[in-house]
Write a new protein. Structure first.
Length: 149
């Protein structure tokens, strides 16, 4: 175990932030009759759309660690709730991709928007060098967590 020091104080703070963000996400899921995996799926789909990538059900399932049956149940549930739609791929019309419906984006914006706005305002208080350090730290922790298993 790493020795306690100023670095560990930041690690503990990151853990506390992670817990609070998880609770915030769980409140959103609970208020909207969703499972936490539904919220993670919507985030993955919105991240893919923001990156200009199409997301097939198989790719979504892999990103969430679900098997084929679990992925189908997830997409069916989100589709019935009006949060996603299945559509033909733009690049390959033979593929079926999963897309987030605009009302799901608005639902998320209503809940998460104030927190995102606050985070953006906090980041504006840092100069580019400091933001680069924050970015590097967060990317490094994310990569370490992704490879932890």
């Amino acid at each position: 175990m790493a020795s306690e020091g100023p670095e560990m104080e930041l690690v503990h703070l990151l853990r506390a932030v992670t817990v609070e963000l998880g609770l915030h996400s769980a409140r959103f899921a609970n208020r909207n009759g969703m499972h936490p995996t539904d919220v993670r799926a919507l985030i993955a789909l919105m991240d893919a759309a923001r990156a200009g990538e199409e997301m097939t059900a198989g790719r979504l399932g892999a990103a969430l660690g679900l098997n084929s049956a679990g992925t189908t149940a997830l997409v069916d549930r989100l589709e019935r709730a009006g949060h996603v739609r299945r559509a033909r791929g733009r690049r390959d019309r033979r593929q079926v991709v999963v897309e987030v419906e605009p009302q799901a984006v608005e639902l998320g914006r209503a809940h998460f928007g104030p927190l995102i706005t606050h985070a953006v305002e906090l980041l504006r208080g840092y100069d580019e060098r400091e933001r680069a350090a924050i970015r590097g730290f967060l990317e490094g922790v994310r990569e370490a967590a992704a490879g932890a298993d």
